[in-house]
Design a protein around this ligand. Structure first.
Ligand SMILES: [Zn+2]
Length: 277
């Protein structure tokens, strides 16, 4: 393997960084350091209602405080809408996507995915999916679009931390949203397009995103983008078994810092130790 390692941190500026984020970001930083690679920062600010500049500033400050170094410039998703739209229109023109007119209520009634652990959406039943061989659709404003998945396909990948993974289309997830009626790409589409554009070689993320990884592998293949390696980190839990990601405010990095904790104390809270470099 002669490819140079390029990793990324991809926070959403919708709140303060908490301990769960810090653990994942620390793992990403460590992976990049171990490979003498580069770590990039991507600001995933595609939620116009919840993304705030103050959280971007806080995130940059908290990363620096923790000792996590990244290579500028920061990639900002809200500045890249035209690039995502181009990828989406290609998927649409090649028959990989279709408009979905289901209401929120109809979607809620579809079968829930078996693993509630991942906060995942119900498996889409394919209600709006056009017949095989139907003419490709064109982009209309104010419409949601889904990615058409190969029925029953099993997505397998070897996770560099958790080992062999396998997910089945139609059981673990169904046709998922790639373009939203507010004219923005879904998380899945933006992520896949950016990982390719940034030449990411390994994605480090929490194990709650394993199914998203399987979805993204299918999107990569449809877009004919290069495959990426994955390293999923185990989810942090408190002493009662509650996922730390569920307990935002109390464990914000900022809160811990105000209580007088040092970066090394925070790293110890998730079983890591400062890197000797
Ligand atoms: Zn639908």
């Amino acid at each position: 393997m002669s490819t140079r390692y390029i990793g990324r941190l991809a926070p959403s500026p919708t709140g303060l960084l908490h301990l769960g984020h810090a653990a994942t970001f620390w793992a990403a930083y460590q992976r990049a350091q171990q490979h003498r690679g580069t770590l990039l920062l991507r600001n995933e600010d595609l939620d116009p209602q919840r993304s705030k500049q103050e959280y971007v500033n806080a995130m940059i400050e908290d990363l620096a405080w923790l000792g996590i170094e990244w290579t500028p410039p920061m990639v900002v998703q809200s500045e890249r809408i035209a690039i995502y739209r181009e990828a989406f229109e290609w998927l649409l023109a090649s028959g990989h996507a279709y408009a979905c007119t289901c209401s929120r209520r109809e979607l809620a009634q579809m079968v829930a995915a078996p693993h509630e652990e991942t906060d995942d959406e119900p498996v889409y039943t394919g209600r709006c999916r056009p017949a095989e061989g139907a003419a490709a659709q064109t982009l209309a404003a104010g419409m949601n679009y889904r990615f058409r998945l190969p029925d029953g396909e099993v997505v397998r990948f070897e996770d560099r931390n958790l080992g062999a993974q396998s997910f089945t289309v139609g059981e673990d997830f169904g046709d998922f949203l790639i373009w939203r009626k507010d004219g923005l790409p879904s998380y899945q589409l933006a992520c896949v397009v950016d990982d390719a554009a940034m030449r990411i070689t390994e994605v480090v993320r929490g194990a709650d995103l394993l199914k998203s990884t399987a979805r993204q592998i299918l999107l990569q293949r449809a877009l004919r983008l290069p495959a990426v390696e994955y390293f999923h980190t185990a989810l942090l839990r408190d002493e009662n078994g509650v996922r730390l990601a569920k307990r935002h405010d109390a464990l914000a990095i900022r809160t811990l810092r105000k209580r007088g904790l040092a970066p090394a104390d925070v790293l110890r809270m998730f079983g890591a130790s400062p890197l000797a470099t």
